[in-house]
Design a protein around this ligand. Structure first.
Ligand SMILES: O=P(O)(O)OC[C@H]1O[C@H](O)[C@H](O)[C@@H](O)[C@@H]1O
Ligand SMILES: [Fe+2]
Length: 193
């Protein structure tokens, strides 16, 4: 009789994950140009350039078509001027590749956009699963005052294209504070594609 082989032991909790194959971090200094308020960004940069704004841990068994990348993204709370902390955002290099995000803790938004500029949002609270359909630009936004932690899963051959947002001067909408809440604001620098 053959012995069973041990499968990968991934444990993913709001505090972090075990069994990761990789990690990356984005510091405040990596996010230059993302936020509307350049003065507020410069003021924070002066004292917090090296602060990690978000980090991503992942389990990537391979990059093969049909394989899956699973991981956890942790986005800190805070604002640059009125605008909430967010990830750079991307579209998958293979445009038709999809993704799910399961909110483990915190409060935020999955801010999505179609190529013709239609904004789609899913508000994230613990337990919510956001679905990113094919050909949707997507970024996470932290609307709360604690870390926004999401478990994500997407095809291993998807890839990330960041140029799509850069060429349009950002996404069409920005998530900004509104009293104690939030609202979406038109991005004045947006260039329709
Ligand atoms: O790629 P960014 O916009 O920097 O966002 C960071 C990360 O967010 C998600 O968790 C995705 O699944 C990752 O693949 C992505 O790289
Ligand atoms: Fe993605």
């Amino acid at each position: 009789m053959s012995e069973p082989l041990p499968g990968p032991a991934l444990v993913i909790k709001p505090e972090g994950m075990t069994g990761r194959t990789g990690r990356y971090e984005k510091r405040l200094s990596d996010l230059d140009g993302l936020f509307a308020d350049a003065e507020a960004f410069a003021a924070r940069l002066a004292t917090e350039a090296d602060r990690v704004i978000y980090h991503v841990d992942e389990f990537r068994p391979s990059g093969a078509a049909g394989d899956l990348i699973t991981g956890i993204s942790t986005l800190s709370a805070g604002r640059v001027g009125a605008e909430f902390h967010m990830t750079r955002g991307h579209i998958h290099a293979q445009h038709d590749r999809t993704e799910i995000y399961h909110c483990l803790s915190g409060h935020g938004l999955m801010l999505m956009e179609t190529l013709d500029g239609q904004t789609v949002v899913t508000e994230l609270r613990p337990g919510v699963v956001a679905y990113v359909p094919p050909v949707h630009i997507h970024r996470s936004v932290n609307l709360g005052d604690e870390d926004l932690v999401t478990l994500f899963c997407y095809p291993a051959d998807a890839g990330q294209d960041y140029g799509i947002i850069a060429r349009s001067g950002g996404m069409r909408h920005r998530a900004v504070a509104d009293g104690t809440g939030w609202r979406l604001e038109e991005n004045s620098g947006y260039v329709p594609r």
